[in-house]
Design a protein around this ligand. Structure first.
Ligand code: NAI
Ligand code: MG
Length: 350
């Protein structure tokens, strides 16, 4: 079959890493005998600077007919980050009910990790981040602007349906893995939303007696992730907590250049969107030295979701063997290769 994929390279290194991910995917398609039909969209901060909008008014409707979306990264100096995020990423996640942000973490060979010396089997976990509500909310506002007593209010929105579905996803996923779920909470300090989250977590956990359920305050959980990551398998957290934990998890396994993510609509009613965890990295943009591995692994997750699991596995295997050989590594991994050289090495290995 042929899949129709919307490609949004975006800004900064998003453009560089997207090119390599497409290169690897086209190779995978050839080798595994399926078709990929790409349609590229120039939605970006550059577009915003020219037109005043990150994407056209019918952007969401345009994406709806695709089988999946592959996104580079969004955001660039000159356009405030909340404008770029709320102008593209968050509307897509919400319109397509991509309520799970899945961020698998794995210690790969040849990476300069804080955990160097440990085996890959000691660090293989997955962060399940709530992706449609929670702390990333528009509710709130500024009061007494410019006057004494100025203050802002920022509300969080946690719905029963929203919490339950992401927690349930985590338990279902745990059944395919080590049957352990750890929930990130902070119900000692955040007294309305987090006890509600805990309550629903306990209700869902009761339906999965075969899965070990644990909850930890986010601060202690962050410490555990650094010191004893081997005790964690599936970690479920709210939008904010999941966001922070996944960058932390990426950092201990070799850096942001290695961490993929999928914004999933698990029911498959709408397209899912795949992207690296990292952003557009303006500090290294235009130098051709960004690590494309995270984006290539995100593309592999996209293949899994499209039903091409063997191809997804093969892409991960190709990344693994190129890193293990440690001949072609980008500067963040201690090498001197360019983005394109690392991407080509993965495609060739495939
Ligand atoms: P960032 O992830 O872009 O960069 C953080 C640090 O990691 C930088 O030093 C960067 O050079 C390094 N880094 C990131 N990816 C790398 C790669 N593939 N290879 C080598 N080094 C890499 O985060 P930052 O600086 O907070 O954000 C920059 C822009 O990206 C902002 O406009 C932000 O809003 C946006 N952003 C967009 C995201 C998205 O599109 N989903 C996610 C996170 C940030
Ligand atoms: Mg983040």
């Amino acid at each position: 079959s042929t899949y129709r994929v919307a490609s949004i390279p975006g800004d900064g290194i998003g453009v560089d890493v997207q090119r390599e991910a497409c290169k690897v995917l086209d190779t995978a398609a050839q080798r595994f005998g399926f078709g990929l039909e790409w349609t590229e969209f120039d939605w970006s901060c550059e577009r915003y600077a020219e037109t005043g909008a990150m994407m056209p008014a019918d952007g969401i409707a345009t994406l709806r007919s695709f089988d999946a979306v592959l996104l580079g990264a969004i955001g660039f100096p000159g356009v405030p980050d909340h404008v770029s995020l709320w102008g593209l990423l968050i509307p897509v996640r919400r319109a397509f009910e991509q309520y799970v942000n899945l961020r698998p973490v794995r210690l790969l060979p040849g990476t300069a990790s804080a955990l160097a010396g440990r085996g890959a089997d000691e660090l293989e976990m997955v962060i399940v981040r709530e992706n449609s509500e929670g702390e990333y909310s528009e509710v709130g506002g500024r009061h007494n602007a410019g006057r004494p007593g100025e203050f802002v209010l920022q509300e969080s929105v946690f719905t029963r349906v929203g919490v339950e579905r992401v927690v349930r996803y985590a338990f279902e996923l745990a059944r395919t893995r080590q049957r352990r779920v750890c929930s990130a909470t902070k119900s000692n300090g955040i007294i309305h939303t987090m006890p509600f989250w805990d309550e629903i977590f306990a209700e869902v956990a009761a339906e999965y007696p075969d899965v070990e359920a644990e909850q930890m305050h986010i601060d202690a959980l962050a410490a555990r992730m650094v010191q004893r990551p081997d005790l964690l398998d599936v970690v479920v957290g709210s939008n904010l907590f999941g966001d922070i934990l996944s960058d932390l998890a990426a950092a201990i396994t070799g850096g942001l250049g290695m961490a993929p993510s999928g914004n999933l609509n698990p029911e498959g009613q709408f397209p899912s969107m795949f992207e690296a965890v990292h952003g557009s990295a303006p500090d290294i943009a235009g130098q051709g030295i960004a690590n494309p591995v995270a984006q290539i692994l995100a593309a592999a997750m996209m293949l899994d979701q499209l039903g091409e699991k063997a191809a997804g596995e093969a892409v991960r295997g190709a990344v693994q063997s190129v890193l293990a050989a440690s001949e072609v590594l980008t500067p963040d991994l201690g090498g001197g290769a360019t983005t394109a050289e690392l991407g080509s090495a993965v495609a060739e290995s495939l």
